[in-house]
Design a protein around this ligand. Structure first.
Ligand code: SF4
Length: 378
């Protein structure tokens, strides 16, 4: 069993359902439920206590039944809590992995266990499927930082430059873009598009920190926007120093939405997939993942020999998704995500351009020892 040590005192991961969540929906921990889902308990035993399990099990069972009835799949992002990620996620991963699944999955219904822009991406790629977001308030500070109109203004200011847009954006922003990227492939996409357009400067929006970290990893000049992820911007180089002081020998892994000085003080940087891959391949004795809180729980469950230090920065939007909201969305087929057709077609072009790039054998990492590059922030 992996050991998880919480660092700091702000951890409020919803570890339990509301006491009446299953009963309020007419669901009970019956013999049928026990037979159907008790074998799954081991998957979440570090997150759900034996006393709590009778509250979780009926909802897990109810969701599995509804998925079969509706021919539905759940796409679960790495930042979901382990009860969602490990028990009901049919496909699990980062934005890029989930986008690829959404494009190819055989199902009538997709439930996006993630945030709204991810559900929009699924709808853009699968217009004939019904896409549900369990809670319509599950937004994103990056997606909220920029609009399609803003992108038009940026393009007018920098005519002739290709626009690379992070997938953490709304459909109308993607529709104004030439190609999308994720933190897994941002450097690859920037270099590809610069070569294809025969330019030495690229617009990469809206995450300023991702853009700064990309700029340090390429010779291509970058113009960016002042968007920030409200979770990753909270990490600082001082946090890294404090963690290293408290836990000598700890290996520090950082997500590229963190400020550049955090990456410079880390041992490795990459997307959530790259971080998970690092832990699996290298099995460090003790590790800290500088990213959203639930990621550590999910990676810990798959790496029992590794000790995790968990600095707890929660994404309030991701944490709106729960077994309860997933059950309710599937039961009532509610919170259907729609994207108007003209926007969808244009946004799809940008996503398809990214998906057409060759798949890398393993998730790419960011070099962490680079000088900070100068870039223009609009
Ligand atoms: S973790 Fe940051 S980038 Fe991801 S959904 Fe939350 S606010 Fe958006």
């Amino acid at each position: 069993m992996a050991r998880v040590i919480e660092f700091g005192s702000n951890c409020e991961v919803p570890r339990t359902l509301r006491p009446s969540a299953a009963a309020a929906r007419g669901l009970a921990y019956t013999e049928e439920v026990r037979r159907a889902v008790d074998h799954l308990y081991d998957e979440v035993k570090d997150f759900v206590t034996p006393m709590e399990w009778p509250e979780f099990a009926p909802l897990v069972h109810g969701i599995c039944k509804l998925k079969a009835e509706r021919n539905a799949v759940v796409l679960a992002h790495n930042y979901m809590t382990p009860d969602i990620f490990r028990l009901i996620g049919d496909f699990r991963g980062d934005s890029l992995q989930l986008a690829r699944e959404a494009a190819s999955v055989e199902a009538d219904v997709i439930v996006q266990a993630g945030v709204h822009f991810m559900a929009e991406t699924s709808k853009i790629l699968s217009p004939n499927k019904t896409v549900l977001i369990p809670d319509t308030r599950a937004g994103c500070s990056l997606a909220a930082s920029i609009t399609g109109e803003d992108v038009k203004l940026i393009k007018a200011k920098y005519p002739g430059l290709p626009v690379v847009t992070y997938v953490n954006t709304t459909a109308d922003v993607k529709a104004e873009s030439d190609i999308t990227c994720t933190s897994s492939n941002a450097v690859q996409v920037v270099e590809h598009v610069a070569k294809a357009w025969n330019v030495d400067k690229v617009i990469l929006i809206p995450d300023e920190y991702l853009a700064r970290n990309v700029a340090a990893n390429t010779k291509i000049k970058i113009v960016t926007w002042h968007g920030r992820c409200e979770v990753h911007e909270q990490f600082s180089a001082a946090d890294v120093a404090a963690i290293r002081d408290a836990h000598p020998g700890v290996i520090v892994l950082a997500h590229p939405e963190c400020p550049p000085d955090v990456l410079q003080s880390a041992d490795f940087a990459g997307s959530t997939s790259a971080l998970a891959h690092y832990v699996k391949e290298r099995s460090p004795n003790k590790v800290v993942l500088l990213t959203e809180c639930s990621m550590s729980d999910n990676v810990a469950a798959e790496n029992p020999g590794v000790e995790f230090v968990k600095p707890c920065n929660l994404c309030p939007h991701m944490k709106r998704i729960s077994l309860e909201t997933i059950y309710d969305a599937l039961l009532e087929m509610k919170h259907v995500v729609e994207v108007d057709e003209a926007t969808r077609v244009r946004a799809k072009r940008a996503i398809d351009a990214m998906l057409a790039l060759p798949k890398t054998k393993q998730p790419l990492d960011f070099a962490i020892d680079r000088e900070l590059a100068v870039l223009e922030v609009v």
